[in-house]
Design a protein around this ligand. Structure first.
Ligand code: S3P
Length: 170
């Protein structure tokens, strides 16, 4: 079985994905990491040196490649992955089960505030503009995220609790 975790930046896709993969005895893959390995530079540098459109093309290619692999896995998508090109169509057409890790705007603002520097889409925002940006951005992206097979609301839950919820939904 393939599981694809989707959700906004900071929603815990990598933490939950790692734990879920361990519990299911599956490989864990992170889409950003797959792109970094292929491009041999970190994601923020891909944005800086080649621009976002280049990154989105690489993201689409890496997603297609991983969805087509025979190996079962838990795959953590990037926050924007479902929202560009035909990526969400491709996830839906594949055999993978998609799970949206949903958090409130407030919870996301709290989490991402501390990691702004590593996130090219928000690194240049002033602190006071941050909540409004996240709110609008999440509003635009939610219709894509909500296409997931399962939605797990994650506010106030530990990664272990979220994994248990996912396991009981399979
Ligand atoms: C992005 C999220 C990031 C990474 C890139 C763009 C986005 O992944 O793919 O910086 O568009 O939301 P994470 O959600 O793993 O941080």
């Amino acid at each position: 079985m393939k599981i694809v975790l989707i959700g906004y930046m900071g929603s815990g896709k990598s933490t939950v994905g790692n734990l879920l993969a361990k519990k299911m005895n599956l490989a864990f893959l992170d889409l950003d990491q797959a792109i970094e390995e292929q491009e041999k530079i970190p994601v923020p540098q891909i944005f800086e040196q080649h621009g976002e459109i280049y990154f989105r093309k690489k993201e689409t290619e890496a997603l297609k490649r991983l969805l087509a692999e025979k190996e079962d896995m838990v795959l953590a998508a990037g926050g924007g992955t479902p929202c560009y090109g035909h990526n969400m169509d491709n996830i839906e057409k594949s055999t993978a089960k998609s799970i949206y890790l949903k958090l409130s705007i407030q919870a996301l603002v709290e989490r991402i505030r501390h990691e702004k520097a590593e996130r090219p889409l928000v690194s240049s925002l002033a602190d006071e503009d941050f909540p409004e940006f996240i709110g609008k951005h999440l509003f635009e992206r939610t219709p894509f995220y909500e296409r997931a097979d399962e939605v797990v609301f994650c506010d106030g839950k530990t990664p272990e609790e979220i994994v248990d919820e996912i396991l009981s939904s399979l």
